[in-house]
Design a protein around this ligand. Structure first.
Ligand code: ADE
Ligand code: ZN
Length: 326
């Protein structure tokens, strides 16, 4: 079996992590003071105590409220810098982090402010710590397709710095089909494409993400196991699923870790790997997710190696660069 030491030492990539979801309660509290933003909390402990979620929406409400403390380029830098320090500690050699521009542009923060701070932290992480990273731009699916299209257009001057577009936020009631044109335009502009699907939403949303958005990777996708034909398709095509164990338990997708379907997806031959999603909200960074799985299941070294291997093969690093990692 894989010990904690073995898991911590494994070289890993992370492919599903939202930058706003890496804002620690301590940084939220200090940025609120620095930027004079009012929060409904009087201490860091109160923030931590508020993190009890009954579903995805109850979490998103607090995520977007927390993100309101981010105002300046330096704030986005500090946030990303904090995450990269955790990457270093967790032996993450490559990360594909996502950001949600609309969370910020909708409250008047310029797109350029957000992305400049993130890119500066990505450069520094590479230079100082040798951590490779790529940036994914997610659209908020509870907002309109027009708003997503406007965001896509705003991103075009930066398109060489953004590897892919994705889709996140409230899944139920906002199927991938709502964004067919936006994703077609994004692909035409040269972006790779991913989407959250099958987290709370049904297998039909995973099919739509594949057939209409033409995604190369599914974020979450754990509800695929309700559709045998879909499982078969995912096995044959090896479209990766970026699974997030602690997130799924904290958002009540599974009642407890012992009920998670990571192993049944692996046993069905799907290409899956482990990710942290929103580490400061769900009680752990990437290694904590590996540990939580290893605590609930007999995780062998071979299985752990396969998960870590899949994290690199499912990444958007080009084939030449991939040789360095696998
Ligand atoms: N935004 C941040 N984390 C998310 C998740 N797990 N699902 C949908 N949207 C998100
Ligand atoms: Zn996510």
């Amino acid at each position: 079996l894989a010990s904690r030491e073995f898991l911590a030492g494994l070289p890993k990539a992370e492919l599903h992590m939202h930058l706003d979801g890496a804002l620690s309660p301590a940084m939220m509290f200090s940025l609120a003071q620095r930027n004079q933003v009012k929060l409904p909390y009087t201490s860091v402990e109160e923030i931590e105590a508020a993190y009890q979620f009954k579903n995805l929406q109850s979490f998103l409400d607090l995520l977007y409220q927390g993100a309101s403390v981010l105002k300046h380029e330096q704030d986005f830098y500090d946030l990303a810098r904090d995450y990269f320090a955790k990457c270093k500690a967790d032996n993450i050699l490559h990360t594909e982090l996502s950001f949600d521009p609309q969370t910020h542009t909708d409250r008047g923060i310029p797109f350029d402010t957000v992305i400049s701070g993130i890119l500066r932290a990505m450069d520094d992480a590479k230079t100082e710590w040798g951590i490779s990273s790529k940036l994914v731009m997610d659209f908020l699916r509870h907002l309109s397709a027009e708003s997503a299209m406007k965001t896509l257009e705003e991103s075009l001057p930066w398109k060489d710095k953004i590897i892919a577009v994705g889709l996140d936020s409230s899944e139920l009631g906002h199927p991938p089909s709502k964004f067919t044109e936006v994703f077609a335009r994004a692909r035409a502009e040269g972006y790779r494409v991913v989407a959250h699907a099958g987290e709370e939403g049904p297998p039909a949303y995973i099919w739509e993400a594949i057939d209409l958005l033409k995604v190369e990777r599914i974020d979450h996708g754990v509800r695929a196991d309700e559709d045998p034909q879909l499982l078969d398709y995912l096995q044959k095509t090896q479209i990766p699923l970026t699974v997030c164990p602690l997130s799924n338990v904290r958002l009540c997708v599974f009642d407890k870790m012992a009920e998670h379907n990571l192993f049944s997806l692996m046993d069905a031959g799907l290409r899956v790997m482990i990710n942290s999603d929103d580490p400061t909200y769900f009680g752990g960074y990437l290694n904590d997710n590996y540990f939580a799985i290893a605590d609930a299941f007999p995780l062998t070294r071979k299985q752990a190696l396969l998960l870590a291997h899949n994290s690199f093969t499912s990444s958007f690093i080009d084939d030449v660069e991939k040789q360095e990692f696998i």
